[in-house]
Design a protein around this ligand. Structure first.
Ligand code: GLC
Ligand code: CA
Length: 540
């Protein structure tokens, strides 16, 4: 029997603060902006908000490069604003979780400034310094090593060169991080999303990566992702921090699979749940790999089944690192509303805690970026120049980036059809998507058939029926090429979710139906599903 927990019964809303709401008209979202929109979350029905990094940062990677863990980015406000946000959220029954970046800091963090100052500085060993670089490639492209003139050595950065990796082998580093984590927990926050945590352990000796193509740098996943020995660190982290509080923890765990997930979550785990990456790889805009529904069913069902008795899933189809799902997996022109809602229903009723990324609940789509200067994301810009070196021309690169860039999910939230989509009264830091005039919160707020109303109904259903939280998952119609369907069952109540994830009509099997609870189509009476039709039934 699954143990009951508040974090299992919650729906989480992810906020990218820079793009959410600008309260002081400088074109940048901020904490007061979030405070002003707290009632929006209450109206939507979510239980928890996750705020992407809002700590002091020079913003090389929009806050994921932290220069002071215990203060707030000036553009976002002050610690007083944060305390008020926390209080006002709690007053409304909302919980707040923060992003926790432990793999690296900014190169402008005091620790790194000291570390780089001299080879014999006591903090030298807090980061990873070598006389010679190995051949590892950074996740953001190029070498993972940066030469530092001052002392004539290289430091390791598996993300941008302004994000030097902390040396987790150093005990002092770990204990300083734990103190910081506990400081936030003692403030009364409700948990963390733990960034890039599967990268904290590197293979001893930092050996070169396999490099069959003989390139200057090679992907070094086997040496810096989910490396043997990582669980000693995670266990200690959990013991010294999380396990002493009743909080929600969700780890970003690239490279963790169903084979080893039980070391991460459940009885012998260190987190409540993880963001696994497998389903994200099923679509790839760069190599033109389209989503295959059979593969999607196989992948998500394997995660459901693996964590059936022990552990818990984090359910998500969008975040700030991937393009908009309605544009990639769905169809953002002819079947915009249908695909936005069908994809929502597909994942939302699985067993686990659903996460909604800001704007997903109104079906926001990819933007069109016409010039390289319109992009902001460090990874996107790095890719542009690396592709140039590889011989691609400008148009070819822009076509790729228009499919893959992380900036698609970071365009300002579309609140209404006024200038700058109601996000700000001034030009925002990143261009608003042109479709804000018809695609915005205000337009959908009072429309029963809107994507937003559909999300509200899904959230209500989860709240109304325990079976959507604790019920057993079974895949149905496993071999159907376009229908993703499953049942949930708990204490004698059975539900059926059916979604047609294609542009062709599809025929569903017959089931013993009691009643229809939710549909994204005006007519759900026959067994033929329209393109991207989604239905939720109670079974007899
Ligand atoms: C995670 C974040 C991403 C960030 C990276 C480095 O993957 O989600 O936005 O760039 O870690 O911190
Ligand atoms: Ca602002």
């Amino acid at each position: 029997m699954t143990e009951k927990k508040w974090w299992k019964e919650s729906v989480v809303y992810q906020i990218y603060p820079r793009s959410f709401y600008d309260s002081n008209q400088d074109g940048i979202g901020d904490l007061k902006g979030i405070i002003q929109k707290l009632d929006y979350f209450v109206d939507l029905g979510v239980d928890v908000i996750w705020i992407c990094p809002m700590y002091q940062s020079p913003n090389d990677d929009n806050g994921y490069d932290i220069s002071d863990y215990q203060s707030i980015m000036e553009e976002f406000g002050t610690m007083e604003d944060f305390d008020r946000l926390l209080d006002e959220a709690h007053d409304r029954g909302l919980k707040v979780i923060l992003d926790l970046v432990l793999n690296h800091t900014s190169d402008e963090h005091q620790w790194f400034i000291e570390s780089r100052s001299a080879k014999d500085h006591p903090k030298r060993d807090w980061y990873i310094w070598r006389d010679q670089p190995n051949n590892w490639e950074s996740i953001f492209g190029g070498s993972a090593w940066e030469y530092d003139d001052k002392t004539g050595q290289y430091y390791l950065h598996i993300f941008s060169k302004k994000q030097p990796d902390l040396n987790w082998e150093n005990e002092e580093v770990r204990h300083n991080l734990y103190d910081m984590v506990n400081w936030w927990l003692d403030k009364g926050i409700d948990g963390f999303r733990i960034d890039a945590i599967s990268h904290i352990k590197k293979t001893d000796g930092l050996p070169d990566a396999q490099n069959p193509e003989g390139k200057p740098y090679a992907p070094a996943w086997e040496h810096m992702m989910n490396v043997d020995g990582i669980h000693d660190f995670l266990e200690e982290l959990n013991q010294q921090t999380f396990s002493n509080y009743d909080i929600m923890t969700v780890a970003e765990a690239n490279g963790v699979g169903t084979e080893d997930i039980h070391q991460w979550v459940g009885q012998s785990g260190k987190f409540n749940m993880v963001f696994q990456f497998e389903h994200l790889a099923l679509w790839d805009g760069e190599s033109n790999k389209d989503l295959n529904i059979i593969e999607l069913k196989e992948t998500l069902t394997r995660w459901q089944k693996t964590l059936e008795r022990d552990g818990w899933n984090a359910l998500f189809i969008e975040n700030h690192d991937i393009p908009r799902v309605t544009s990639t997996w769905g169809n953002d022109s002819n079947y915009w509303r249908e695909s936005a809602t069908a994809l929502g229903a597909m994942y939302f009723f699985m067993k686990g805690t659903p996460f909604i990324y800001q704007g997903q609940e109104i079906g926001m789509t990819n933007s069109e970026f016409k010039q390289i200067g319109e992009f902001n994301d460090v990874r996107t810009i790095n890719h542009y120049y690396l592709k140039k070196q590889e011989g691609y021309n400008h148009e070819e690169i822009m076509a790729i980036l228009n499919k893959t860039s992380r900036d698609h999910s970071r365009t300002p939230m579309q609140w209404n059809n006024q200038d700058h989509a109601g996000f700000s009264q001034t030009s925002p830091w990143l261009k608003v998507n042109d479709n804000y005039e018809w695609l915005n919160v205000e337009k959908q707020q009072n429309d029963e058939g809107s994507v937003l109303s559909f999300y509200k109904k899904m959230i209500k259903l989860r709240r109304q029926y325990d079976v959507f939280i604790y019920g057993q998952y079974e895949l149905q119609m496993a071999d159907h090429p376009t229908i993703f369907s499953y049942t949930r069952e708990y204490e004698g109540v059975r539900m059926l979710i059916v979604t047609n994830l294609s542009e062709q009509p599809a025929v569903m099997d017959s089931f013993d139906i009691d009643k229809l609870l939710l549909s994204n189509d005006s007519d759900a009476s026959s067994n033929v599903l329209n393109p991207y039709e989604a239905r939720v039934y109670k079974l007899k």
